[in-house]
Design a protein around this ligand. Structure first.
Ligand code: HEM
Length: 448
């Protein structure tokens, strides 16, 4: 009797393991699909359109010559097409890692992917071409909402099944920014329905758009990074464990800062966001000495340095936003502040952490080239430095040669983005680490 029970439980365990491995493999395909689509969005509708915009602005010596719809389509492609796809992919990956049961929402995952991709493509295409924009613009944003809602339901259903403990601070912040992500998409949908109804072009009015960009950047991108940084920086960079209460304070301040922009209180919002950024640096111990050696296996040794540089860009962005309130001319200081945060903080952080974790998340692979990792981060920082210093001088008419620096900054940033895409693409192209070592072993056996 007891032998039969034992055999039964061993069979059950083997079945469970087989299911777990199958789930893991299937979820890796799904994550890879999100990452590859994110990279494609970053490259073509995001970066190439951004570079094209900047080259045209520099040639005309005037930012207002370009259709607003193109600028907004570029911003949407980067925030939702690139970073949004990465967030969804990593979200699904975390589900498989935390799961205790046999179920993984694979079908829902592929629906989310298809709806999300269709939504951001429609939103981008109709924004740039203005073709049938009164229908396609709101339809695109509606599909984005539907995709995210489905993702949200999958995550929530999973969470209630697996945990009853109070979640750690990093989880609370990631969960809160997921809710803000959903709210941001709903605001986007409302804005675009309003635009389709009342507007005469696909571009949302400038002020509303700026408030929306603040919501997307400070409500979604920045806190998501804080949340994952709180989880990963102590492990990967050897930093001291974060101060949870202070990090929550930074998060609450960022929400207050966003709310103030919607009341038109840009100076007060700038001050509060500056406080939020400073508190986050303190809470995450970013610039303090590491307490453990960083984990640098298979990545470039400059990784901890660039993480710290990213936080310097976050503060630079806040200082520029504060200067922009009384001093901005023709959007130069606002543009510089926006790119200090989107390129210097968000993109640099994704380049650093992404090349650290994504090879493993997408099927236990090893980063293709550590040197490319360094050059992508170095060139991105250099391009950002050129851009952020030249934009206020050029747009504000303060120093004419700065117009010549802007195209250089665009090309340097584009090179960085291409190197990042190449490194990730080549990493995903090669077989997983364990298969590579098996191939090597069998090759060397064959040679012997
Ligand atoms: C290759 C690098 C990039 C170039 C050349 C570029 C270029 C531009 C240009 C010319 C503008 C409009 C003028 C201005 O505000 O300065 C703009 C706006 C914007 N960019 Fe970028 N950009 C790049 C990377 C990024 C990245 C990585 C992100 C986000 C992760 C981003 C997000 C935005 C946003 C949100 C806007 C505002 C759009 C709006 O007004 O609705 N950009 N970019």
């Amino acid at each position: 009797m007891s032998t039969a029970v034992h055999i039964g439980s061993v069979q059950g365990e083997t079945q469970d393991n087989a299911l777990r491995i199958r789930n893991e493999r299937r979820s890796q395909y799904l994550v890879t699909a999100f990452i590859v689509s994110g990279v494609l969005f970053m490259l073509l509708p995001g970066t190439f359109l951004g570079v094209w915009n900047l080259l045209n602005i520099s040639e005309a010596h005037d930012a207002s010559t370009l259709p607003l719809g193109w600028l907004q389509a570029h911003g949407q492609a980067q925030i939702f097409g690139w970073i949004g796809s990465f967030i969804l992919g990593i979200g699904f990956y975390s589900l498989t890692k935390m799961q205790t049961g046999r179920k993984f929402p694979l079908v829902a995952g592929w629906w989310v992917w298809a709806l999300w991709l269709a939504g951001i493509s429609l939103r981008w295409g109709s924004g740039v071409t203005a073709w049938e924009w009164r229908v396609l613009l709101p339809l695109g944003s509606f599909l984005q909402c539907a995709a995210f809602l489905l993702f949200f339901i999958s995550v929530r259903r999973h969470r209630t099944h697996t945990t009853s403990r109070r979640p750690e601070v990093w989880m609370q912040i990631v969960a809160a920014s997921t809710i803000t992500f959903l709210s941001t998409l709903m605001v986007n949908c409302a804005l675009l329905v309003r635009q389709a109804w009342l507007g005469n072009s696909p571009a949302v009015p400038h002020l509303l758009d700026q408030q929306f960009v603040t919501l997307a950047v400070w409500g979604v991108l920045v806190p998501t990074i804080w949340g994952f940084n709180a989880r990963w920086l102590p492990i990967f960079a050897g930093l001291q464990k974060p101060d949870g209460k202070r990090l929550l304070l930074a998060y609450v301040l960022s929400l207050l800062g966003i709310a103030l922009t919607f009341f038109g209180e840009w100076l007060a919002s700038g001050l509060v966001l500056m406080a939020a950024a400073t508190v986050s640096v303190d809470a995450l111990h970013v610039w303090e000495r590491a307490v453990q050696p960083p984990k640098l296996l298979n990545i470039h040794s400059s990784f901890p340095f660039f993480l710290r540089v990213a936080y310097a860009w976050l503060l630079v962005s806040c200082v520029l936003a504060l200067l922009a309130v009384p001093l901005d001319r023709a959007g130069g200081l606002w543009g510089a502040s926006r790119h200090a945060i989107t390129v210097g903080f968000v993109a640099l952080m994704v380049f650093a952490i992404g090349q650290r974790i994504l090879p493993a998340f997408c099927g236990m692979r090893i980063l293709w080239s550590t040197r490319l990792m360094f050059w992508s981060m170095f060139l991105l920082s250099l391009g950002c430095l050129l851009r952020v210093s030249a934009e206020p001088l050029a747009y504000g008419g303060l120093w004419a040669p700065a117009w010549k620096v802007l195209p250089v900054s665009a090309i340097v940033e584009m090179t960085a983005v291409c190197l990042f895409a190449l490194n990730l693409g080549a990493t995903l192209w090669q077989p997983p680490a364990h298969l590579r070592s098996e191939t090597k072993t069998s090759l060397s056996k064959g040679a012997a």
